[in-house]
Design a protein around this ligand. Structure first.
Ligand SMILES: *Cc1c(COP(=O)(O)O)cnc(C)c1O
Length: 575
């Protein structure tokens, strides 16, 4: 823990007796390492390990897609602005309602033959051909044995047969997904697994008429106990590149995907609890802490496993149990340990023990105790229903000086030649859902020419409109419209991005730049925006740029026959 973290923890501890803190710097550092060693890989973040909205936002802004394990996670990723084709929904036991709801919101990965049949009937009802992936239970394991029974996916032979026999006219099989194991620390084991995965993919390539993606799942682990050596990413990255390059030559358009959960977030998280009492019993010193087993389950579970199985560790218990000494227990007090204490929780069960006879500096009631490795499978696994305690809060510590680590963008003036690129951006029901009515659908190049002509021929100083570019690609539009009469120094802000550009921080950067130009170069004093209340991605873009929420405009719009609330946000020029 560095000083920034200690200060943040100290401050929050004055207010809360149990809380989680997620350090964005650590998340960004882990992402940087993955990108460095795996430059050609597409990454997904496994939402289930930590779905805190700011954590998700930070990760999605770095270009990660979502590995969603439930419909709820699909909807969460969508609300945060990820387009449907960056959300992969893979889980056993999806209900028919899950499938129906998710089919237009995510890339669905079928987990069983029954699910393939259910998807076929849903697609048939819709009268569409739907692209789906298959979760495969392959004929290999991480350790090189043959196939094992599994509740996940479809056995390899059955999956190949299913794709081959063409009995599903409304489905197109476009990808495969395998996830066998988490928390692997051996680069050799992982690279052999990647090699087997690519050979498996080759078996599907011809049958599927070319795969769009091969999702190799997770496995990239982190050292939990001080005795574990970290995974050698240098070696793993090089090994993957070696087996990938011939594959890529043959199938250049197949995306290779790796999922990461804990690798991004585990080490970023701290769980802070407070000493409530100290007491002696038969020569032992107990410190009673707030919300241990119930606030952060795994340290107590680890003690339980240790007590009942001192030699052998149960396998296959991720994410409930990882290994011995997986959680550091720290205090903010300076100085050498002066006593041995047993740390227990405040529940009416003796099972909430997180440390026995640990050497610690002397701690008094009110002192915080910090547990490490609390950024993944931590807050989400807390059994807080038990005993009606207050739930620990979760807080996010943004990386200093970069509140929106998004992609850069530039604002350029409109030119008639840009008309041809507009249909690709606006001809989308999901883009139009965030805008006012009256925009043609489908949108043609001629519509684009008319729009640009309107902008170029407008009275001067009434409309400011820019084309948003990322690199050399046109990706959206942002405009400010001057209002009339007594509102003449007020402007309304509107913007959109094409779907492929969502969730990358581009809108946040564009709004910031547009507002700087308006306040710097015009006489406007106030910029306001009225996003639909349900458009949380857009609301967040405004909030990140310092817009103030002035209120909710109830039933302020009717769209597709529905009355919708809108939010009123504004930014004013400071003198
Ligand atoms: C949980 C899960 C992950 C994440 O595993 P980590 O070990 O946290 O990286 C990845 N893929 C799938 C399919 C999962 O269920």
């Amino acid at each position: 823990m560095d000083q920034i973290l200690r200060d943040a923890i100290g401050e929050l501890a004055r207010e809360h007796d149990s809380f989680y803190l997620y350090d964005e710097r650590s998340v960004l550092e882990q992402i940087r390492r993955l990108r460095k060693h795996f430059p050609k890989i597409d990454f997904l973040y496994s939402i289930k390990c930590n779905p805190h909205p700011q954590v998700l936002e930070s990760i999605f802004a770095q270009g990660f897609g979502a590995d969603a394990a439930s419909l709820g996670e699909v909807l969460l990723a969508q609300r945060l602005g990820l387009p449907w084709d960056r959300i992969y929904y893979s889980a056993p036991g999806k209900t028919p309602a899950d499938l129906r709801e998710a089919i237009r919101r995510a890339i669905l990965i079928a987990d069983s033959a029954g699910e393939v049949r259910r998807l076929q009937s849903i697609a048939e009802e819709m009268g569409e051909v739907v692209s789906v992936g298959i979760r495969v239970n392959p004929d290999f394991t991480f350790r090189g044995e043959g196939g094992q029974p599994s509740k996940f996916g479809i056995d390899e032979a059955a999956a190949l047969e299913l794709v081959r026999n063409g009995r599903y006219p409304s489905l197109r099989f476009t990808g495969i997904h395998v996830h066998l194991k988490s928390q692997e620390l051996d680069a050799g084991t992982l690279s052999r697994y990647y090699g087997r995965m690519l050979r498996l993919a080759e078996r599907f390539q011809e049958l599927c008429g070319g795969l769009e993606y091969v999702n190799m799942g997770s496995g990239i682990g982190i050292p939990y106990s001080p005795g574990e050596a970290p995974l050698d990413l240098d070696r793993l990255g090089a090994a993957l590149e070696e087996c990938l390059s011939p594959f890529r030559d043959r199938y250049p358009s197949t995306r290779i995907i790796i999922e990461a959960g804990r690798f991004l977030t585990c080490q970023s998280g701290y769980y802070i609890t407070t000493v409530l009492d100290r007491k002696q019993s038969c020569g032992r010193t107990y410190l009673v802490l707030k919300n241990t087993l119930n606030g952060f389950l795994r340290p107590s579970l680890a003690k339980l496993v240790e007590r009942y199985s001192p030699e052998r560790h149960p396998a296959g218990t991720e994410p409930l149990f990882t290994g011995k000494n997986a959680f550091g227990i720290l205090s903010l007090r300076e100085g050498e340990p002066v006593e041995q204490v047993t740390l227990v929780g405040n529940l009416c069960t003796a099972a909430d023990v997180i440390g026995e006879d640990l050497p610690m500096p002397r701690l008094e009631p009110g002192d915080p105790v910090v547990l490490t490795h609390a950024g993944s499978y931590a807050a989400v696994l807390s059994p807080m229903q038990f005993s009606s305690q207050n739930r620990p809060v979760e807080r996010f510590l943004p990386a200093q000086g970069q509140t929106s680590p998004g992609e850069s963008c530039t604002l350029r003036p409109w030119r008639p030649e840009l008309a041809g690129a507009l249909p690709r951006l606006i001809s989308s029901k999901r883009v139009l859902a965030g805008l006012r009515d009256g925009i043609p659908y489908p949108y043609t190049e001629e519509d684009g020419r008319e729009f640009i002509r309107g902008i170029l021929e407008a009275e001067p100083e009434t409309v400011w409109s820019w084309a948003i570019f990322t690199g050399e690609e046109l990706c959206g539009c942002i405009s400010v419209f001057r209002q009339g009469n007594i509102h003449r120094q007020t402007g309304e802000l509107g913007y959109y991005l094409g779907e492929p550009y969502w969730g990358r921080g581009i809108a946040t950067a564009a709004v910031g730049e547009a507002c700087r130009r308006i306040f710097g170069e015009t006489d406007l004093l106030r910029i306001f925006a009225e996003p639909f209340a349900g458009n949380t991605a857009s609301c967040r873009v405004l909030e990140k740029n310092g817009f103030l929420l002035e209120g909710t405009l109830r039933k302020n719009a009717v769209k597709d026959g529905k009355a919708l609330d809108m939010k009123l946000y504004s930014l004013v020029k400071e003198p």
